[in-house]
Write a protein that binds this ligand. Structure first.
Ligand SMILES: [Zn+2]
Length: 215
């Protein structure tokens, strides 16, 4: 795994394979935004059981498909704290290596993005958008002002999709609506969202992203 600081408070971790990425960051990510496990302490086995019963592919196949379902990870630094404090012990070697990497700055506010292989640009952009939303107050405020005016039918359709894919806690819906509108127009269309309803919002978000990421 390669760690690179890509802006003042955002660190990019690049893994060799999708499996390395998803298996290493699962518990950090889901402690942050799982609809079931957010803020909770849990084992991988507990998570697997739940995910098979609640994710679309798990329901369909009876198998744990998480490692192939997700491809970009985003974790605010405060999420590492219970792991440093031993609450998630026993940790895997991979989880320990993440704590080791950030040990020196563990009390600072920063953001971790995880990707793999030949990084897909839109995935990277999606995760950087989360990083900026967390670490840049002005970007955060301007994005919220744009989302406030967003078409309410489209918002409902996106949330319906989030509920189905078992990936997000309601506390991160706003942040995810922001990132999906920016980078996942095609996927949203496939999942039944009237994308013409998001075009104006998307245009404004793209302008904000450009404005803040070029600094
Ligand atoms: Zn996201």
């Amino acid at each position: 795994m390669i760690v690179k600081q890509i802006s003042k408070n955002i660190y990019l971790i690049k893994f060799k394979t999708r499996n390395d990425l998803t298996s290493t960051l699962l518990r950090f990510q889901e402690h942050y935004e799982s609809p079931k496990f957010k803020g909770k302490i849990f084992t991988l086995e507990e998570y697997k059981k739940w995910y098979i019963k609640n994710s679309p592919k798990g329901i369909k196949t009876g198998k744990f498909t998480y490692y192939k379902d997700w491809s970009g990870f985003n974790i605010p630094s405060h999420i590492l704290q219970p792991f440093y404090r031993g609450l998630f012990n026993p940790l895997t070697e991979a989880e320990k290596s993440i704590l080791h990497v950030f040990n020196k700055i563990r009390n600072k506010k920063f953001y971790i993005i995880g990707v793999y292989g030949d990084v897909d640009k839109s995935i990277l952009k999606h995760e950087i958008a989360h990083g900026m939303y967390y670490s840049n107050n002005n970007y955060h405020k301007e994005v919220n002002a744009v989302l406030k005016k967003m078409d309410s039918i489209a918002v409902k359709q996106i949330i319906k999709y989030f509920k189905k894919n078992a990936g997000y806690h309601k506390d991160v819906y706003l942040d995810e609506i922001h990132a999906y509108t920016l980078t996942e127009k095609g996927l949203l269309k496939k999942r039944g969202v009237d994308v013409h309803r998001i075009l104006n919002t998307r245009k404004e978000l793209l302008q904000l992203f450009k404005k803040y990421s070029s600094r």
